[in-house]
Design a protein around this ligand. Structure first.
Ligand code: UDP
Length: 460
């Protein structure tokens, strides 16, 4: 009731996601959390990878037309696409915010408290300063990886960049337990573009009115403590967003999840299935794909594999599989194009998650107490994987060559080996902490309260 009263007073928040699955999901979840606290919600977004307004009838949606076409967007990698958005959206966003802040609009829709935006969209700080609205940043990745991003200039000064393979086993002096091989890189023809993007978004975060994280204090306390020392803006770790119990669960998926896999899981033994998914962006070669397929089959564990179309470079979907592979697989494996991942990880039949360690996947696995096989590819994934395997000790890294024998070995080790029990115990402990932090008096619960008070005190 208090919430409805507050909404009645017209406390509106405008939010903008970066248009990638792993960024859209947490931003919409955050919008739902803030809605539940009594704020009205407007989502400003690119036309490319636009969220589905019908899943959120309680929000207003405003597309930024003319900034970027689908065809243009499909031609470049995520780093370049982010750069293009940072340049092309300046004018459309300025016009959009000016309209939303105009006297007539405020009279109609209520006053705007702040603009909450994905950290990667650094251009928004300048726009917000110009139109006079406070900007709060949402960092959709973890705090530990952000700390590494914030150290990029120092790492370059100390000669760690560009990353040299010959030094891969060296521990990074200022960032233990990370080794040189764990440092974030981006598979791009121009690694410099990634470096520049990161430095720019870290700098603009420092000018914001606060940074929200989809993490929790107990998971990343040392990184959060360090960030509080280095950044003078308030820091709000209020995750895990997807575990808030909110009325109605709205879909954030850009692809349609294939729910038939749940009835397949229903027929499997408890904790027997290896769930495999490499998220929404990672691509692999045909050779790697075949090694994974044979490794899974040879492990003799049942597996559920989400293979997004386009994952295998040069193929539409499963064409590289040898003829007869799927027929011989029988009931031992189940393949879908896109899984209802949260539901899958919650399922009692799932015993391990072979993941690329995108932050959302890592957090979702932790929250359901599922041990991980870590196979990071680029960006923050290597750092998340290192934390999962060496700091939280909730998974094993697939470190050597991606080869069927190695895969078989690591699956056995995680499902059956001596280490398996210890890893399971560690991840169950973290699961419990993730539950507790959201309860009354828990860390995320309290940080959310202070975030709400802060937003209510902001005036545009
Ligand atoms: N996901 C899903 N079904 C799939 C694969 C992934 O629902 O088959 C979701 C997953 O739950 C997560 C998001 O897609 O919320 C992927 O985000 P993440 O940060 O893990 O990786 P990214 O896609 O950004 O690399």
């Amino acid at each position: 009731m208090e919430e409805e009263k507050q909404r009645g007073k017209g406390n509106r928040i405008i939010l903008m996601p970066s248009p990638f699955q792993g960024h859209i999901t947490p931003l919409l979840q955050l919008a739902n959390i803030l809605y539940s606290k009594g704020f009205s919600i407007t989502i400003v977004h690119t036309v490319f990878n636009s969220p589905d307004p019908s899943s959120y009838p309680h929000f207003s949606f405003l597309p930024l037309h003319g900034a970027l076409s689908e065809t243009e967007a499909s031609k470049v990698d995520a780093v370049h696409l982010t750069e293009v958005i940072n340049v092309r959206c300046v004018q459309p966003l300025k016009e959009c915010l000016t309209l939303l802040l105009s006297h007539d609009k405020v009279k109609e829709d209520g006053c705007v408290s702040c603009f909450i935006v994905d950290a990667a969209l650094y251009f928004t700080q300048g726009v917000c300063d110009e139109v006079g609205v406070p900007r709060i940043v949402l960092r959709t990745g973890g705090a530990s990886s952000f700390l590494v991003f914030a150290s990029f200039p120092l790492l370059r000064e100390k000669g760690y960049f560009p990353v040299q393979e010959s030094r891969s086993e060296e521990v990074v002096v200022d960032l233990p337990p990370l080794k040189v091989k764990d440092l974030p890189v981006f598979q791009s023809k121009e690694p410099e573009a990634f470096y520049k993007l990161v430095c720019r978004f870290v700098d603009e975060c420092k000018k914001s009115s606060g940074i929200i994280w989809n993490t929790f204090e107990e998971l990343e306390s040392s990184a959060l403590t360090k960030l509080r020392q280095d950044f003078s803006v308030p820091i709000y770790p209020i995750g895990p967003f997807h575990k808030y119990s909110l009325a109605g669960s709205n879909s954030t998926s850009l692809l349609t999840p294939d729910k038939t896999c749940i009835s397949w899981l229903d027929k499997q033994e408890q904790k027997s299935v290896v769930y495999v998914s490499f998220g929404s962006i990672v691509a692999i070669s045909e050779e790697e794909f075949l090694e994974i397929a044979w490794g899974l089959v040879n492990s003799n564990q049942p597996f559920l594999w989400a293979i997004r179309p386009g994952t295998i470079r040069g193929s539409e979907w499963l064409e590289p599989l040898p003829s007869g592979f799927l027929e011989n697989l029988g009931k031992r494996g189940y393949i879908v194009k896109w899984a209802p991942q949260e539901q899958v990880l919650k399922h009692p039949a799932v015993g391990a998650f072979w993941t690329h360690n995108g932050w959302n996947s890592t957090l979702e696995s932790v929250c359901e107490g599922v041990p991980m096989i870590c196979m990071p590819s680029f960006g923050d994934q290597k750092i998340n994987a290192k934390y999962a395997s060496d700091v939280w000790k909730v998974g094993l890294q697939l470190e050597n060559k991606l080869e069927r024998g190695e895969i078989e070995k690591v699956i056995r080790k995680l499902m059956l080996g001596d280490e398996a029990n210890e890893i399971r115990e560690n991840v169950m402990n973290l699961k419990e902490k993730a539950n507790v932090c959201l309860k009354k008096g828990g860390s995320s619960y309290c940080f959310l309260d202070s975030l709400v008070s802060e937003i209510l005190s902001l005036k545009s």
